[in-house]
Write a protein that binds this ligand. Structure first.
Ligand SMILES: *Cc1c(COP(=O)(O)O)cnc(C)c1O
Length: 393
């Protein structure tokens, strides 16, 4: 019998030639900003555990207690019987944290985006989506069946043109990352909110990389840029700064009731485990009572960003916060630099198409409040040697 899918071997070969083949690694994340990759201990500059909360003793203990009380799995979708007392507590907790009427949990942030967009717009509607939006927003747009206009946030004039020309659509929704996940750059939310207001559209902001990190209370870019009242739908994830797993949406009571009834991942996917919700509740306590943690994160992030610039490497000028890209503009080069850094004891993200545009492969270095300033100094020292050897500077 011939092998099934003979074309796959050829396609994999092509990916390998282009430097786009992904290796599967086995990781164990450790406390203090460390990880073990395939059995070797490295400093972790690749994960999104921005505040180090996934290893915080209070967060870990909360999860352990919840497992002892409720077991490991949720057993069913939230709509059937998967919504535990921890889901209920966390939804109330999130609504309070976000200063909103209500919140709803999803199994993941990905599911929150896909399910929410598809529940809010359909065939008769239009979506305006930033060209750098996360794949989960893009997939939600596709799944919704709405007409999708992709805009570039450096050219909002063209977005305004599209909005003016789109009066005949039944509903219009602007969707954007709050912080673009590969660039670490905030979206122009004040301008977008003004456009939405002028053209009778609503706006959805995905705060995945901003919840717990930006804003005086850690509520994200909407808080940082003072547009919380204008953002109709705020999506967040529990899997990054909050250190657990799951996604959420916060907004008006009617919005949340609608999503509870109509967002398909809510109905057809098993709820995240109760222990994750208990961990997230404990993490929110820490985020609320210890603003020094995010202040430390922003100081460490600036240390790395300044250091990268001083080395003459290209990063993104308007970036701020813990996502520090190093643009290498060549996929095989990015892979070699990351491998050389790994030899030196540092694990960094390598972002290649389709995660980033074809012309901008990069390292994506992420900082955590669990790091020490010396770890960042040592990373910069290694980056200097590696970049010089590769003539990347
Ligand atoms: C990570 C991420 C998500 C998905 O969140 P998960 O909880 O990991 O599924 C959604 N949006 C953005 C911008 C992200 O970076």
């Amino acid at each position: 019998m011939p092998a099934p899918f003979p074309w796959i071997a050829e396609e994999l070969e092509t990916l390998a030639e282009q430097g786009l083949l992904r290796r599967r690694r086995t990781a164990r994340r450790l406390a203090g900003g460390w990880c073990e990759i395939d059995g070797r201990k490295l400093v972790d500059f690749a994960s999104n555990d921005y505040l180090g909360l996934s290893h915080h003793p209070h967060v870990v203990a909360a999860a352990q207690r919840a497992i002892a009380e409720c077991g490991t799995g949720s057993g069913a979708s939230a709509l059937v019987v998967g919504r535990s007392i921890w889901h209920e507590r966390l939804e109330r907790r999130l609504a309070h944290f976000e200063g909103q009427e209500a919140a709803i949990l999803f199994p993941t942030g990905y599911a929150a985006n896909v399910g929410t967009i598809a529940a809010l717009v359909g065939n008769d509607d239009a979506i305006y989506s930033d060209s750098l939006n996360h794949a989960s927003l893009i997939d939600g747009c596709r799944l919704s069946g709405a007409t999708v206009h992709v805009y570039n946030h450096h050219a909002l004039v063209s977005l305004e043109g599209r909005l003016s020309a789109g009066r005949n659509f039944r509903r219009r929704l602007i969707v954007t990352d709050g912080i673009f996940s590969m660039d670490g750059v905030p979206a122009p939310l004040p301008d977008l909110c003004a456009l939405a207001r002028r053209h009778d559209a609503q706006i959805l902001v995905d705060e995945a990389h901003a919840t717990g990190v930006f804003g005086r209370h850690g509520r994200g870019t909407s808080e940082l840029l003072d547009v919380e009242k204008s953002v109709a739908v705020r999506v967040g994830t529990l899997s990054k700064a909050i250190g657990a797993v799951g996604g959420f949406v916060s907004g008006s009571r009617t919005l949340i009731d609608w999503l509870w009834n109509r967002a398909r991942p809510q109905i057809f996917s098993t709820a995240a485990p109760p222990a994750g919700c208990a961990a997230a509740c404990a993490a929110l306590d820490i985020i609320e009572t210890q603003p020094a943690l995010r202040e430390r994160l922003l100081v460490l992030s600036q240390q790395l960003r300044d250091g990268v610039r001083q080395l003459g490497l290209e990063t993104i000028a308007s970036g701020s916060g813990p996502i520090v890209p190093v643009l290498l503009n060549d996929a095989p080069l990015a892979v070699r630099v990351a491998e050389a850094l790994e030899q030196q004891g540092f694990f960094v993200g390598v972002m290649r198409p389709p995660s980033v545009p074809n012309e901008s492969p990069r390292l994506r270095i992420t900082v955590s409040a669990a790091h020490e300033p010396q770890m960042i100094e040592r990373l910069l020292g290694a980056l200097k040697i590696v970049a010089a050897a590769e003539q990347a500077v």
